[in-house]
Design a binder for this molecule. Sequence first.
Ligand SMILES: [Zn+2]
Length: 407
Amino acid sequence: MIARKWQVCLAGLLLLTPLLQAQTQSTKPKPRVVVIGVNGMELDVIRPLILKGQMPNLARVIKNGAYGKFRTVPAPNCPKAYTAMFTSTKPEENGVTGFVIGGITANTNMLKKEPIWSMLSKNGVTVGMANVPATFPVMPVNGYMISGMLTRGKNCEDGVLCAPKLSEVEGGDAVYPAAMRAELMKNVGDFYIDCERMPSAEQLRGHESEVIDSWLKRVDVIREQQNKLFDYLLTNHPTDFTWMVQSCEDRTGHWLYPIAPYNVGYNPKINGVRPDAFPSQYIAFDQVLGTILKHVDESTYVLIVSDHGIKPLREFEDTDPHAHMDHEKTTPVIAKHDFADGDDVPGSFFAMGPGIKRDLRLMGFQVSVFDIAPTILHIYGIEPPAQMEGHVLTEIFENSENKVAQK
Ligand SMILES: [Zn+2]
């Protein structure tokens, strides 16, 4: 009921959007904020890559901004962590408590709390979202929305950890406004909405190297398509607020994390084949980040967030109540993130932009998934509503006395 109330409200307001735009045209341009999500970015793995100079774009963001660990939710996974970011409320309050809730794959109709894209749209901020997890079916915004992880379609009927192409989507819309779908098909192509499903134990048996190589090739294709999509959207549909997400890193980490032979789950036939596979995902991500940063100038706020980290399985795996809950197919996973204590697998947070401190290392858990929405609203001069659990990250701004960073 609550969900329906804010949805109807937003749909009505969007009819007035041209009027709102006309009214705001005479005022100062709105701040520009780009949020880039990387699923399961693990600081333990990226630190050596940064040292070796293999992630120059992320290194630039770190040097010019603030960064640190990012507190996630308990037993974290994408739908829980992303909806916590969208609404700044706990999963049990916002309704999205996992991949599947009451036998139904998590979807936007389940959201009981108003998400950030709706609040921004109502305030006349233009919004662009691409491949953000848990945004299927897409909802009306003052701009565009292309869904991401949990999109349902052919060969991906449950929508969990698989990838329909745009033409194969079923059970809801993956693109808002609907007319944009044909434009994307024409100019970007029939792209995969999410990352590839991980292979099963059966598929791997006896063909390990072959299956690993062909799976990684598919991942490369998906990333290439996402890079093209993001570049196209930022060039042809610039918005005040933009949120774009990549998800192949997490999936690669689950079964190809480079662990030592004595770790729980180690299988030399699989884990001895491509120890470079997981670190290489971040090197490839850095190139996508480079594409996005080409569209960013000094007056743009850039936030890079990872919803959680990912760590090798542990000795207590057999008794952990959350063991393999979210990747329960038959893939022989060796790393995961849904540990009962979310602080065991912190995500990561990076921010740069006007008024944000440079070269600031955030110690401990100063930043959490709940702080993203209030901080974005703050940048736009919008008062965070009472539902919000998190705080405005005034500590990252030069002048933390300022109630509003920039109007
Ligand atoms: Zn995962």
